[in-house]
Write a protein that binds this ligand. Structure first.
Ligand code: GDP
Ligand code: MG
Length: 194
């Protein structure tokens, strides 16, 4: 039940001076920060962070394909990307994402708590800021959409990355932190709830 998840506060969170607000939302929910550091990531680090599987990249490309239908974009994928292939489009979006993530410092952290992988994703809200529910971090503090981001050939700016599932969390924590950098302590919630 007690899980660990990896969170990256993207360059937009840092530049918009929202680091404290984001951390406050996690802590006030009873989640525990067990590792924390600001870094300016390299392209190699970001390339290692985002999956390279055909499945993941195709999924990323399919978001763009979907947003073309959803927002009734008048141009075609062929015109804008030179291809209709979601995998090839996904490769482009992945590049934009790496450009964005290396554009300034980010804050990396590991968050521990009861069902923390799902809880953190809920607190953050859905990927597309324009559709994120009010009350979530993305729903309260960000405004962007894939149609606008794609037209500008950049990643959707949505403040935060958080591991999507157990496998991602394990792999990402290992990538960003050494074992001895993960701390252990008791919070008030450990004493009174857990
Ligand atoms: P997340 O887990 O909610 O961050 O979303 P994904 O793992 O699906 O995508 C990773 C990141 O890629 C997102 O957080 C966005 O910054 C960016 N992104 C996702 N879909 C699109 C898209 O259709 N267009 C663009 N430009 N960026 C996207
Ligand atoms: Mg993801």
């Amino acid at each position: 039940m007690i899980e660990r998840t990896l969170v990256l506060l993207k360059p937009d969170t840092v530049k918009r001076t929202l680091i404290g607000e984001v951390i406050r939302r996690f802590e006030s929910r009873g989640l525990k920060i067990v590792a924390l550091e600001m870094i300016h990531p390299t392209r190699e680090q970001m390339d290692a962070h985002y999956p390279k599987s055909k499945e993941w990249i195709t999924g990323l490309g399919n978001n763009t394909v979907k947003s073309y239908k959803e927002f009734e974009i008048p141009t075609t994928l062929e015109e804008d990307y030179g291809t209709n292939d979601p995998y090839k489009i996904g490769l482009m979006v992945r590049e934009w994402l790496i450009n964005f993530m290396t554009s300034g410092p980010i804050v990396k952290m590991v968050i521990e708590g009861l069902h923390s992988i799902k809880m953190v994703r809920k607190i953050i809200g859905s990927t597309v800021p324009a559709f994120a529910e009010p009350g979530t971090l993305r729903g309260d503090f960000s405004v962007d959409s894939p149609d606008l981001a794609n037209a500008k050939k950049r990643a959707v700016q949505n403040l935060i990355h958080a591991s999507g599932n157990k496998e991602e969390a394990e792999q990402e924590i290992k990538l960003w932190f050494k074992k001895e950098e993960l701390h252990s302590y008791k919070t008030i919630h450990d004493l009174h709830v857990l």
